[in-house]
Design a protein around this ligand. Structure first.
Ligand SMILES: Cc1cc2nc3c(=O)[nH]c(=O)nc-3n(C[C@H](O)[C@H](O)[C@H](O)COP(=O)(O)O)c2cc1C
Length: 206
């Protein structure tokens, strides 16, 4: 399997910022059912094995999950302040949940991911998946609840991002370096995770 150049670059950027916890946060944009852009911060939870597929955890009851079920395209904007590099990653998204429901496009091909990422969470974070839905009107009663189930919550979900374009910008060079990596069209148009990806890179004006 070809390891895309951008993945190696991204791993390097993460390494150089390993003393900065915020380097693991990125902005995730989706499109809602009214065709409006929605954007929020999430935590990068690592790659799927040796692939270039990125993972994020979320609640199946969240807005982003519902949006991705209707439109599985997303864009990640990730800025590393220390090295002054930006990655804009366009991707298709697959959801891996404990109890996949075919109606909402949930796939279950990476079930092990669900267990391993769940087991890394703090008890407090786990508890939030057993609590009332995100965006429920706040009350003290709800706030004081600590609900812990013995197993993975059915609301817990791993989002797997399968990139098809990566727009990299390095502000440290003069002139600035902008590299656009694109996956081969056959790969982008078919079930992306089942094919090896072939990437091309082009330097463009920043
Ligand atoms: C630093 C930071 C990290 C976050 N990480 C996550 C995350 O990994 N997953 C997640 O679902 N929400 C995360 N959130 C919360 C989201 O940004 C967002 O507020 C919440 O998920 C509701 O968004 P939605 O209604 O668009 O789904 C994080 C917020 C911040 C500020």
């Amino acid at each position: 399997m070809q390891i895309p150049e951008w993945r190696q670059r991204l791993v390097r950027s993460l390494g150089l910022s390993s003393d900065k916890p915020e380097a693991n946060y990125f902005q995730l944009a989706t499109v809602n059912s009214e065709n409006q852009a929605r954007n929020r911060t999430v935590v990068f939870r690592g790659f799927v094995d040796n692939t270039s597929h990125l993972t994020v955890i979320t609640d199946k009851r969240s807005g982003k999950f519902k949006e991705l079920c209707k439109n599985d395209t997303a864009e990640i904007a990730w800025y590393f302040a220390k090295t002054r590099e930006q990655y804009r990653i366009s991707a298709r998204v697959q959801a891996c949940c404990l109890q996949p429901a075919s109606e909402d496009k949930t796939l279950n091909t990476h079930n092990y991911l669900v267990d391993s990422l769940w087991n890394k969470l703090s008890e407090k974070t786990k508890s939030s998946f057993f609590n009332v839905s995100p965006a429920t009107p706040f009350s003290d009663e709800i706030h004081n609840q600590l609900n812990i189930g013995s197993d993975v919550s059915e609301n817990f979900c791993v989002l797997v991002f399968i990139p098809n374009q990566v727009d990299y910008l390095d502000l440290n060079t003069e002139p600035h370096t902008r590299l656009i990596s694109r996956v081969s069209p056959e790969h982008a148009s078919r079930n992306a995770s089942e094919l090896p990806a072939f990437w091309t890179v082009e330097r463009v004006v920043a």
